[in-house]
Design a protein around this ligand. Sequence first.
Ligand code: CMC
Length: 395
Amino acid sequence: MTDIEIKKGLAGVTVDYTAISKVNPDTNSLLYRGYPVHELAATEPFEAVAYLLWHGELPDAEQLAALRATERAHRALVPAVQQAIDLLPPGAHPMDEIRTAASVIGAVDLADIGNVMDAVGTPDENLDRSIRLFAALPAIVAYGQRRRRGEALVPPRDDLDYAANFLWMTFGREADEVVVDAFNRSMILYAEHSFNASTFTARVVTSTLSDLYSAVVAAIGALKGPLHGGANEAVLHIFDEIGTADNVAAWLDQALAAKRKIMGFGHRVYKRGDSRVPTMKAALDTLVEHYDRPDVLALYTTLESEFVARKGIYPNLDYPSGPAYNLMGFDTLTFTPLFVAARVTGWTAHIMEQQASNALIRPLSAYNGPDERHIEGYVPDAAVQDAASRPEEAH
Ligand code: CMC
């Protein structure tokens, strides 16, 4: 054993600088490039926030128009990606689907780059790749949900902005303004959150000089877990289990007695409430009114107040976003892929930031396995013995 201090889960460890976002749990604030996220959610389209994360400034009208034109040009599901999705079993989890699809996009885009040293790309190439992924992911999410429902692909509409087109491709009808607005807000709130597990994963992969697509694929894998992005899906499973607000107290008694984690509550950084929740809860309120579903609000508020009263642990963003996506008509399994479509903007901004100031991320570990031992009868030759006697740490 060792007396080295181990920071399990890297809790409380600051590993690098970032200029992309600032999470302040003391003031309960989240800034993207200096702007409070609730101000961005109330005033900007998601495309403008993507631009902000990548470039550091909000776009002017011309810059926004240029980004929108590129985004529209890459919206359609390309045949190789559709074929790859179609090869997956219908029961494949949509997170596995979108992870596979992102991988195919990368393989197709980098197909002519034979040398692994060149795949890392220039800053301009990586910005292009970021925009391409940002543009391509909604069709993958939408097609996945439609495929599972036995519905045909809906091609994108050039006359709709990002959020409205995303809903169009998913449901094959124009969404009401209030729904588009709530969806746009959710995308902005999910876009970025400093060194969370998936973003850190993307930065670790990038630090090896691997390419942007590989980093995004790895990040999708990290986001799938229910301690991270998978929680928005898990919240709806809990809602389904509980049924109605009347059942909350008894359900919670049992769940806590069984030491279950209640999904959608708690956060590694925020201990007094997640800064994004009030904005997403307000969006949920508009949807509850729009769809006339007070029962959803009753279940939401009862579970929240009972859980906070018992444990003093507050909701995170996944708590209001789960029921909001449900009301919009998304299948429960589609929720975390929606998170991917939003967070790809933050991931790619971090990938480019890591590339601009790279150091291989390679922490140390403290060994606590068996003491050194030897294979009986093994006699090393002289060269191996020489190397073994060099006083250098193993890799
Ligand atoms: N339900 C029940 N108990 C909880 C919960 C919860 N949701 N969250 C924390 N606790 C308890 C936990 O059991 C532990 O108790 P004890 O000290 O008695 O063992 C204590 O609080 C500390 O929890 P922890 O898991 O060690 O703390 P952490 O900082 O590692 O937890 C967390 C952060 C997000 C992993 C955890 O709160 C959790 O598992 N929440 C549920 C999953 C969830 O909603 N995840 C989404 C996170 S926010 C969006 C995102 O990043 O994707």
